[in-house]
Design a protein around this ligand. Structure first.
Ligand code: B12
Ligand code: SF4
Length: 431
């Protein structure tokens, strides 16, 4: 039996707005797929032959339909995922689709697949394969319990990294310390897709994930901001993992760690010094949904602005580069927000930033709120990628918000062309 995992294409910022390539200094970017496929491949029995195709860069093989097509999708790639589902069903393959989008909109996806997997895949994947072998897939699979992360094998990143063909750039790759989150940030779907309880991998597992990347010349990106929950077990684990890497002399093991401004401010300096010593040189600093970045650029909350300045200063003080990723379009954002954000970047000497448009992804509190208020403009999911306006902003037109987003990219990088440049040592702009 043959299963082919497919990662469907989606439009990134540079593809949605090619004109930005003229002003944003960046390397060619082909980010790696999410870990979902690698996690499922790792628990696929040897009776199944595994294939992987990345729709962004290669042919998906319609002329050679396998027994089962397994598509992994989030919102930005959902329309293409459903299209691929239709194509392979016509070609004779059975089709199963899983990931964040099918978890939130299973009925919509069900029209294009033989089976939809809701939520985490690990607990139902063996059953899906058994049923597919008998050609008796059920329309929907949903695990009644969450996966015990201490029992999962290492994700099969070799599927992406050891094969002939397209190479991913930059050199970093997601590594998970934990899954799930008890918080309810307005723009985040994770508590709904991965559950509200924070579950952790063992330190050995995380080190194993990192080492299997390092062995292949890749670095780990620790993507979860939950790693900095104050005084939490995850933060303790992060410290121990960094110590372990420092001990092994793995200076270049980690490319960046995800964080948010409130978490920078609550994290003790000694902890930042410790992880810096272990080689952490960059934070991927996400914003737009925490109280600091929601208010700092509205022109009405000098305290929030000062806290933002303090947070960036704290990064610089510890020699950790803050690579910021903020979105615009919150209800309190007005026409002056764009300029204030650029000024903030200049004043705090941020070298690298990316800008995004508030996007109400299905399953997020923001989605429910905007949908109830009749402010969702359309459900062309291919434009739900942070680079298009898909909702009615509160204080400006959708066109003005889009202009402001383009202005941010242009104005921020105007004085930084040479500075941000082509930087092989740190993460390429996610572009
Ligand atoms: C690495 C990453 C990326 C990578 C890879 C893309 C990707 N598809 O994930 C890159 C850098 C390209 C990326 C880009 C973007 N990303 Co991103 N990314 C992540 C991140 C941090 C980790 C993904 C991961 O590896 N997860 C771990 C695996 C194990 O989880 P999983 O993929 O969901 O898979 C599990 C289940 O979903 C299910 N499953 C998944 N696929 C399948 C398939 C089958 C057949 C089955 C049975 C089950 C199944 O089983 C898996 C194992 O349990 C997540 C946050 C997160 N923690 O998930 C955000 C996340 C996926 N990204 C998000 C967003 C919004 C984006 C962007 C649009 C914007 C941005 N600034 O991040 C851009 C894309 C476009 C652009 N404009 O550039 C959102 C998605 C929101 C949504 N509802 O769709 C997330 C959830 C972040 C968040 N907190 O909101 N991202
Ligand atoms: S953004 Fe981070 S802290 Fe907030 S709900 Fe999502 S995972 Fe949790």
């Amino acid at each position: 039996m043959r299963v082919r995992f497919i990662y469907p294409r989606f439009a990134r910022h540079a593809e949605a707005h090619p004109e930005l390539l003229e002003c944003v200094p960046c390397n060619e970017y082909l980010g790696p797929p999410s870990l979902g496929i690698a996690c499922l491949a790792a628990i696929t029995p040897s009776s199944w032959e595994i294939e992987f195709r990345d729709d962004r860069v290669e042919d998906i093989g319609l002329d050679d339909p396998p027994d089962l097509i397994a598509i992994s999708t989030f919102t930005a790639s959902a329309m293409r995922a459903m299209e691929i589902g239709d194509l392979f069903r016509k070609a004779g393959s059975q089709v199963v689709i899983g990931g964040i989008f099918p978890t939130m909109r299973p009925d919509e996806v069900a029209l294009h697949a033989d089976a939809v997997v809701v939520g985490e895949g690990e607990m139902v994947w063996p059953m899906v394969l058994e049923d597919a072998a008998k050609r008796q897939l059920k329309p929907r699979y949903e695990a009644s319990v969450l996966a015990d992360l201490t029992k999962l094998p290492l994700p099969r990143v070799d599927l992406y990294l050891d094969r002939e063909g397209p190479k991913y750039a930059p050199d970093d790759y997601p590594v998970q310390l934990s899954r799930g989150c008890p918080m309810k940030c307005v723009a985040c779907a994770l508590p709904k897709s991965m559950g509200k309880s924070l579950r952790m991998y063992t330190n050995d597992h995380v080190l194993g994930q990192i080492q299997q990347l390092n062995k292949r010349g890749k670095r780990a990106s620790l993507t979860e901001d939950t790693s900095f929950f104050p005084a939490s077990a995850v933060m303790r684990a992060l410290g121990e993992i960094c110590d372990g890497l420092a001990g092994a002399g793995a200076e270049a093991a980690i490319s960046y760690v995800g964080i948010s401004m409130p978490m920078i401010l609550t994290t003790p300096s000694a902890f930042l010094t410790r992880i810096r010593k272990a080689g952490v040189k960059m934070f991927y600093l996400v914003g737009g949904f925490d109280p600091i970045t929601r208010n700092a650029f509205t022109g009405k909350d000098p305290k929030a602005l000062q806290r933002g300045i303090d947070a960036i200063q704290k990064c610089h003080d510890h020699d950790i580069e803050p690579y910021t990723s903020f979105f615009v379009g919150n209800d309190a954002d007005d026409e002056g927000t764009f300029e204030r954000m650029v000024e903030f970047g200049n004043k705090t000497k941020i070298a690298k930033a990316e800008f995004a448009i508030r996007t109400p992804y299905p399953g997020t509190p923001d989605w429910y709120e905007l949908e109830a208020a009749g402010r969702i403009l359309h459900t062309d999911w291919s434009r739900y990628n942070d680079a298009n306006v898909v909702f009615q902003p509160a204080q400006m037109s959708p066109e003005r918000l889009l202009e402001g987003y383009l202005y941010l990219w242009r104005e921020f990088y105007k004085p930084r062309g040479a500075l941000a440049g082509i930087d092989q040592q740190s993460r390429t702009i996610q572009f």
